[in-house]
Design a protein around this ligand. Sequence first.
Ligand SMILES: Cc1ncc(COP(=O)(O)O)c(C=O)c1O
Length: 387
Amino acid sequence: MEFHDRLHRELGAMQSAERYRTIPSVAGRSGRHITIGSESLLNLSSNDYLGLGDDAMLRSRWLEETGADLPPMSSCSSRLLTGNHPLADALEVELSTLYGGRSALLFNSGYHANTGILPAFAGRHDLVLSDRLNHASIIDGLKISDASWKRYRHLDYDHLEALLDEGTKSRRQCFIISESIFSMDGDLVDLGRLVELKKRYGAILILDEAHAVGTLGPRGLGLAEAEGLSEEIDIIVGTFGKAFASTGAYAIMGPLLREYLVNTARPFIFTTAIPPVMLSWSLWTLRRQTRMQEERERLQALASRLRTSLQAQGFSVPGESHIVPVYAGPNSRAVAMAAVLRQRGFLALPVRPPTVPENTARIRISLRATLCWDDVSGIPGALREVV
Ligand SMILES: Cc1ncc(COP(=O)(O)O)c(C=O)c1O
């Protein structure tokens, strides 16, 4: 019973600290709305940034094009055994073409990619330097790897440089890992600076573009594409589960690195491959989103207008992307802000520690290209009431 008592105690402590999580009962999602219980709310908490995921017409068109010959619903095996499928090869070829002929490797999710890549490449003689606000999947990858690792202060490249300077003297290889758009703050990495540092110190640079693919770059390939720096980054990770409205992830790199991952990345080797039916959909949404530059521009313009309006009401709203975090401070205030928004028909969830650092609880508004100003213009005034 001691074990169960401990679990009860810990869950109770989470409840008192307003950190307790439950799975919402989502009755359905349609277009920009989500139905929770009997409430229909404007969904501002989805990563469907281009609106491809909740577009029923689009699914019908894909089905029409796919015809009666729907690809299998499961791979029933790892790709290294019998689970490979022509669609997996085709998706990698498509990605490789988009990224200028570099090699592509699929993973089952961004979580698989981030917990596979670092442990594969970084061993006990190496040092990994990771931005302090990197996603939990990157942190878990660091924990699994045998390498030493340190976190540099968020976007503080002087701190990173000092750690590189020290690390390159004693370590076989240094790695730098960062997100491009940070998922909880919506701010952007200084990619030019990272590339300059990686070159100066001979480090390997890994960039997680989970929130930037689909939303940045003329063909939606992320910040690296937008800044013309893709070739300079050793490994780019993109995910299909957000703007691409599917499931899975990919890594872009040179052929040698790909060959090495195929032979050593455990979350690639020891798992059943992505179902072919989802590969077909990924290929379809990937191609489609390359032609959605107008939507990307609309999305960024909307985010900039909302951010300015919130700041004019006195809120601290960091970042410069379609992810608009409104800082609340204590957990209870973030919860109150989310409740007021919900009364007005908006679903924008509070994000609390341990997802974000202590005392930086916030409302995370994630916008999508299918929204217009009239849809969100009521948010700043509603939040003002809580304050
Ligand atoms: C920056 C970042 N990387 C990786 C992931 C994980 O991707 P996936 O949902 O495909 O596992 C997420 C969120 O889910 C993320 O925000």
